[in-house]
Design a binder for this molecule. Structure first.
Ligand code: SF4
Length: 574
């Protein structure tokens, strides 16, 4: 498969600027709470990442009590900005300079007596912010030629637009207004305020389409300019899909000879690269790796820059436990050598588990019984991730917990208190005390307004002699009875991986995840933007792996191969 990018795709100047602003504030003021007014940009993966880093979203100036508040790239109405500036916080305006220009134009022309017509979506934050600058609320918002035919025209009209609408849509609306103004003898001026970033991405997409069999448009499902790209792509007559991340790549794409990529102005490079990597892997045959049954001679070919040297040079290894290090009470082959190698090479490492019932100390003791001695700081559970995440969302909050000591202690350590009257959260993890009474109480609390959190979405977990229902199964009666959907913190939520990287103080480029499950470990790695290693020592075999729309970057029989595997020319061979 050939993968082609449009000449201009992805993040624009305004979005890049506001993300860099937040990053700078995080570095300058690490101890101060950081909030954004509404979502900073229209991209759920970026927003999840920010949430994982402790950045909260607030809507109302009344919620701004302390710390730093950043205004979004597409701007805020003047009165909202002024209200934030009066609060006891540092307000930092992240409005894109191009949007500021349009706001300025709206204000000046309305003060000169023009009725302002904004071509765009009345529900979009940017349009609402521009409208907030129009003197005397003297404005109309129009989205379609039909609306342009029906709206009242004033004696003096001034047309501007949302920065991210499509040129064709603007031209159609503006054309109707111009014709009407001429017929009705009204003055009508129009200034082009569509952002060049929107136009460039649209033009690049049209050019790209000629040389491809199918198109993937990458970006938030509520991002106006990404939706604009998707609509244009639909008109180009090629098969097209709008995806937010690599995990949404449809299987049909892997059968295409040439796939074109475009991405909206709020899609950062790491998301685009994640999609490219999955496409690259999906289009390659794999190299001399035998599955656990030992019958396959499939190949995992290395790609330029992705070889054993690249893998071994990673500074941090995040490893799943069950199926990677051990099965039940049996250590897997090569694990001792792998852990010795991690130590000898001074790698940062964390052993990660979605199970929430055990504390790091208990996990340390388990590995010790199996002959592996590592400090308890090397263990990270979904209970720790849940506690860490909620501490950033609601510092000093309270919870009603259905779970075991590992979860309850993690929450206490994160500053949470237990509360079964009116908690902020109902949190469910693996539990041996789960019963109808605890479920009924949880239902009552959720109906009274507590938010429902699951430590991990696993439906089952291994137990001695079989499987047992895990958190995903235990929480579903509460979801069904309340109509609320739980938020799960553990894998495949990339949030857990980002928290783990934060603990290890490493960045994405230096980190790799090692796991045995495609649907949790590998997916979490891809969505967190890190390279992923599948080991066939657990639940996945080579044939199962091929059913997924995404691929790991490396495949091994077990972790023991990571320090010793030898490459040979076009493929990896033992
Ligand atoms: S699309 Fe244009 S106007 Fe909007 S944030 Fe990006 S650079 Fe600014």
């Amino acid at each position: 498969m050939l993968i082609r990018r449009g000449k201009t795709i992805g993040i624009c100047m305004g979005v890049k600027r506001v993300l860099e602003l937040v990053e700078k504030l995080q570095k300058e003021e690490p101890s101060l709470p950081l909030c954004t007014v509404g979502p900073l940009i229209h991209n759920p993966l970026v927003l999840n990442k920010l949430a994982a880093e402790g950045v909260r979203i607030i809507q109302d100036p009344g919620e701004a009590r302390t710390g730093v508040v950043v205004g979004r790239a597409h701007g805020l109405p003047r009165d909202v900005k002024e209200a934030f500036s009066r609060m006891p916080v540092r307000f930092v305006d992240g409005t894109c300079p191009r949007v500021l220009k349009t706001q300025d134009l709206a204000e000046k022309q309305s003060l000169l007596g023009y009725h302002i017509i904004i071509v765009g979506n009345s529900g979009h934050g940017e349009v609402q912010a521009i409208a907030g600058y129009v003197a005397g609320q003297n404005y109309t918002v129009l989205a379609t030629p039909q609306e342009a035919r029906a709206c009242p025209l004033f004696s003096r009209n001034f047309v501007i637009s949302q920065s991210t609408i499509r040129q064709e849509e603007y031209d159609q609306v503006c054309g109707v207004l111009k014709r009407r103004a001429e017929e009705e003898g009204r003055e009508l001026k129009a200034v082009q305020t569509i952002c060049p970033c929107t136009r460039d991405r649209q033009e690049a997409l049209k050019e790209l389409s000629n040389a491809t069999d199918a198109l993937l448009i990458i970006g938030g499902k509520d991002s106006a300019n990404t939706i604009g790209l998707y609509r244009t792509a639909l008109q180009l007559g090629k098969p097209v899909w709008h995806i937010e991340s690599a995990r949404e790549i449809p299987p049909e794409v892997f059968g295409c000879a040439v796939v074109g990529l475009s991405a909206g102005a709020s899609t950062p490079e790491w998301i685009i690269r994640g999609v490219e990597q999955v496409l690259e892997q999906g289009s390659q045959e794999a190299g001399s790796i035998s599955g656990p049954a030992g019958g396959h001679k499939n190949k995992l070919t290395t790609t330029e820059g992705r070889n054993m040297e690249t893998l071994r040079s990673k500074k941090a290894f995040i490893c799943d436990m069950d199926g990677v290090l051990y099965h039940g009470n049996q250590l897997l082959p090569g694990v001792k050598e792998f852990v010795e190698w991690l130590r000898k090479e001074s790698k940062a490492f964390l052993f990660l588990t979605n199970a929430s019932e055990r504390s790091p100390r208990e996990l340390q003791e388990k590995l010790s019984r199996l002959g592996i001695e590592v400090d308890s700081t090397h263990f990270y559970t979904s209970a720790l991730a849940t506690a860490g995440f909620l501490a950033t969302q609601s510092p000093g909050g309270s919870a009603y917990v259905i779970g075991e000591a590992g979860l309850i202690n993690a929450l206490y350590d994160a500053g949470f208190s237990m509360n079964d009257i009116n908690p902020d959260y109902v949190i469910v993890g693996e539990s041996r005390t789960y019963n109808l009474e605890t479920v009924m109480h949880a239902v009552k609390l959720v109906l009274n307004g507590a938010k429902l959190i699951g430590t991990n979405p696993d439906l089952t977990g291994p137990v001695e002699g079989g499987i047992a229902p895990a958190t995903g199964s235990l929480i579903s009666p509460i979801e069904l009875a309340t109509g609320s959907q739980a938020y799960f913190v553990g894998k495949p939520n990339p949030l857990m991986i980002r928290h783990a990287m934060k603990r290890l103080k490493v960045n994405r480029e230096d980190t790799v995840i090692v796991g045995d499950r495609m649907d949790t470990d590998i997916r979490a790695g891809i969505e967190a933007g890190i390279e992923a290693v599948l080991v066939l020592s657990g639940v996945t075999n080579y044939e199962n792996m091929k059913k997924f729309a995404y691929r790991p970057n490396y495949i091994f029989k077990g972790v023991g191969e990571i320090p010793h595997f030898k490459e040979n020319g076009s493929g990896i061979e033992k």
